[in-house]
Design a protein around this ligand. Structure first.
Ligand code: C5P
Length: 234
C-alpha cells in the first residue's frame, strides 16, 4: 500500500497575530510550511504529498520550489476548520487513493517533524488494524479552572498524552470516520483526526513523538521551533 502525506495548510493563524498566515512565516530561513513538505519529499517511504490550501491562497505558488513539485500536489480545497480542510482533501484525492492506502495527516504548523519520527510511526503501525498518531505523555500537573480562573481540581495525568501529528490511518477508515462525524454534526467539535476514529469506538495507537515536533501556535513558539530546526536536537 501507498503512504500519502496530507498537510492541511489553510488556516489563517489568528492566534499568532501576524499579517500573513503562520504557515508562510519564515522560520529558520524558509516558510514554515516548507519544512514539513521537504521532510516528506525526502523520505523514501512517503510516496506523495498533498497540501491543502485555501481557494484564495496567494502564497503557495511562489513558495514551492520546482524540485518539490514532482512529489507534492497543491489542493485548493481548504475549508472553515482544520477538519473541513482534511475532509475536503481526502475527497480530492479519492481517485488516486486506494481504500487500504495510508494517509499521514500532518499540520503545516509542525515544522519540526523529521525522518526519524516518520519511521517510528510507520514501523509502529505497519500491521495495525486501526492506525495511530504521534503523541507525548503529559508531564505537567493539570488543573481544571473555573470561569474565575480558580483551580477546581487536579486532573490525574496518568494515561494522558498530548496529541501531535502525523496522524496515520487507512484512507477508507479515515474518510468514513470524518464523514460520520460530519453527518452527526461533530466535525467542528473535534480538533484532530484521531478523535473521529475514537468516535467509531476504535482506539488509535499512541506512538511516542518528540518535543521538537511542537505546534507553532503563538508568537513565542516560533523561537523554540527555530531552536530545534537549527540544531541537532533530538
Ligand atoms: O490553527 P491550528 O494550529 O490548530 O491549525 C492546525 C493546522 O490546520 C494548520 O496547519 C492550519 O494551517 C490547518 N488549518 C486548515 N484549515 C483551517 C484551519 C486550520 O488547514 N480552516
Amino acid at each position: 500500500s501507498q503512504h500519502y502525506a496530507l498537510i492541511p495548510a489553510a488556516g489563517v493563524g489568528a492566534r499568532m497575530g501576524a499579517q500573513i498566515p503562520k504557515q508562510y512565516m519564515t522560520l529558520a530561513g524558509k516558510p514554515m510550511l516548507l519544512h514539513a513538505l521537504e521532510t516528506f519529499a525526502a523520505h523514501p517511504r512517503i510516496d506523495h504529498s498533498f497540501v491543502v490550501v485555501s481557494p484564495e491562497d496567494g502564497w503557495i505558488d511562489a513558495l514551492l520550489p520546482p524540485a518539490l513539485l514532482a512529489h507534492t500536489t497543491v489542493l485548493r480545497v481548504g475549508g472553515a476548520t482544520r477538519q473541513d480542510s482534511v475532509f475536503n482533501g481526502l475527497q480530492a484525492i479519492r481517485a488516486q487513493a486506494a481504500d487500504g492506502d495510508w494517509v499521514l495527516v500532518h499540520d503545516a504548523a509542525r515544522p519540526g517533524l523529521d525522518g526519524v519520527l516518520i519511521d517510528r510511526l510507520l514501523d509502529a503501525l505497519a500491521n495495525d488494524a486501526v492506525g495511530g498518531l504521534l503523541a507525548l505523555p503529559v508531564v505537567d500537573t493539570l488543573k481544571r479552572g473555573d470561569d474565575q480562573s480558580r483551580s477546581q481540581d487536579t486532573v490525574p495525568r496518568a494515561g494522558l498524552w498530548a496529541a501531535q501529528t502525523p496522524q496515520m490511518f487507512r484512507y477508507a477508515l479515515l474518510q468514513h470516520a470524518l464523514e460520520q462525524a460530519r453527518q452527526q454534526d461533530r466535525l467542528a467539535a473535534i480538533t484532530d483526526d484521531a478523535s473521529a476514529i475514537e468516535m467509531l469506538g476504535l482506539r488509535p495507537r499512541l506512538v511516542e513523538g518528540s518535543p521538537r515536533n511542537l505546534k507553532v501556535t503563538l508568537a513565542q513558539d516560533a523561537a523554540l521551533a527555530e531552536f530545534f530546526l537549527k540544531g541537532p536536537h533530538a
